[in-house]
Design a protein around this ligand. Structure first.
Ligand SMILES: NC(=O)c1ccc[n+]([C@@H]2O[C@H](COP(=O)([O-])OP(=O)(O)OC[C@H]3O[C@@H](n4cnc5c(N)ncnc54)[C@H](OP(=O)(O)O)[C@@H]3O)[C@@H](O)[C@H]2O)c1
Ligand SMILES: *[C@@H]1O[C@H](CO)[C@@H](O)[C@H](O)[C@H]1NC(C)=O
Ligand SMILES: *[C@@H]1O[C@H](CO)[C@@H](O)[C@H](O)[C@H]1NC(C)=O
Ligand SMILES: *[C@@H]1O[C@H](CO)[C@@H](O)[C@H](O)[C@H]1NC(C)=O
Length: 329
């Protein structure tokens, strides 16, 4: 009978080839993956006006490219005018379809949010798709000019105000969709209603996770408020994506940062792959009328109970109204 050692002696020399083969297969899978079928469709965005925040980098940029490829009229809301110009070149490098419109938006500033909203109300007939994508992570504790903690202000409150101020434009569309880009880190988020500004024991990681939980609660409450209208609201997680999101560091732990830069880099997907669920939620015909759901990898996904707490969600909504100077809902 052959022993394990014999087998190893005979076949052992193939182990390196098998390993190379496996790595090649993994590489090919990443390189040649075809993506969700929505990406192989054409003109799904024709005649549609799509507003997307944070469109000059990462997932937002990849989604903007796809919306343009699908013949959409894309309004790119970005805070940095220089980067925004480069974004137009980047999108044009990928496709010459669609129409691109640049708008300035700094979500940290309520006056900037209000200015964009008023501009859109004056210039647009309707908005068909709104993607609340812009986000920050790893910021140290600081308050905005409006006295709101920056991560909460950018990731949640700014989008809350913008969406509420331009809702009438979405209602003018025959079939409008609002897409809220959240994260699986919502699981670690907590809404402390007596400390929404994260003033007590601030951790940038917690501030991020909680803002992503707030995103989901917002989508769920808004979808209820909009029942019976033509506007659907869904939230999603894009997956673990190679973007500039970690530019401010990860906050607390050096070990986490090291793992993120090494192992993380291998596990992360491309921005294009990360934008797939955004594009799916925005354009896939099968989602007509679907609202108040959460998606990941182009599939509906159940949420943990704390994200579905309607009492906390409603109180968070009211707190946001109190934080904002121009919203009376
Ligand atoms: N990457 C991931 O693994 C991952 C995972 C889960 C969820 N997400 C979510 O995906 C979304 C997009 O992030 P990303 O990964 O693509 O990161 P990214 O490459 O850093 O892009 C973030 C975008 O948000 C913009 N932004 C930041 N602060 C802003 C402000 N105050 N006003 C206006 N725009 C602002 C940025 O503009 P500037 O270039 O001017 O800074 C940038 O365009 C975020 O909501 C994030 O939470 C990402
Ligand atoms: C990250 O930011 C740099 C500089 O703004 C930009 O050139 C690059 O495309 C961004 N990366 C991604 C993945 O968007
Ligand atoms: C566009 O493509 C050209 C040529 O491929 C390249 O040199 C340029 O850097 C690209 N610009 C952007 C903004 O991606
Ligand atoms: C919520 O914030 C208050 C401060 O206003 C703090 O005393 C309390 O411990 C916080 N709750 C949790 C669960 O962190």
């Amino acid at each position: 009978m052959r022993t394990f050692q014999d087998s190893l002696a005979t076949y052992g020399k193939f182990i390196p080839y098998a390993a190379i083969g496996l790595v090649t297969l993994l590489f090919m899978r990443k390189t040649f993956r075809r993506g969700h079928s929505v990406l192989r469709r054409k003109h799904l965005a024709k005649g549609k006006t799509i507003l997307i925040t944070g469109a000059n980098s990462g997932i937002g940029l990849a989604a903007a490219i796809e919306f343009a490829k699908q013949d959409g009229r894309v309004i790119l809301a970005c805070r940095n005018r220089e980067k925004a110009k480069k974004t137009v070149y980047a999108v044009r490098n990928e496709t010459n379809k669609g129409t691109l419109v640049m708008k300035h938006l700094d979500l940290e500033s309520q006056s900037s949010v209000k200015a964009l909203a008023e501009d859109l109300l004056n210039t647009e007939e309707k908005i068909d798709i709104q993607v609340n994508n812009a986000g920050v992570m790893g910021l140290p504790y600081a308050l905005t000019e409006d006295g709101v903690e920056r991560t909460f202000a950018t990731n949640h409150l700014g989008h809350f105000i913008l969406t509420n101020m331009i809702l009438e434009l979405l209602k003018k569309s025959k079939e409008a969709r609002i897409i809220v880009v959240s994260s699986m880190l919502y699981k670690r988020g907590m809404i402390n209603l007596s400390d929404i500004n994260n003033e007590k024991a601030f951790s940038s990681q917690d501030a991020y996770s909680s803002s992503k939980l707030a995103n989901i609660m917002f989508a769920n409450v808004l979808s209820k408020k909009l029942e019976g209208t033509s506007v659907a609201v869904n939230s999603l997680s894009p997956g673990f994506v190679r973007t500039n999101l970690s530019r401010n560091g990860l906050g607390d732990s050096w070990l986490k940062s090291l793992l993120y830069q090494t192992v993380g880099h291998f596990l992360m997907r491309s921005p294009k792959h990360g934008a797939e669920t955004v594009v799916y939620c925005a354009l896939d015909p099968s989602l007509k009328g679907v609202s108040g759901k959460f998606f990941r990898d182009c599939k509906e996904k159940d949420l943990l109970p704390h994200a579905l707490d309607s009492a906390v969600s409603a109180r968070l909504w009211d707190a946001c109204v109190d934080f904002s100077k121009d919203i009376k809902t």
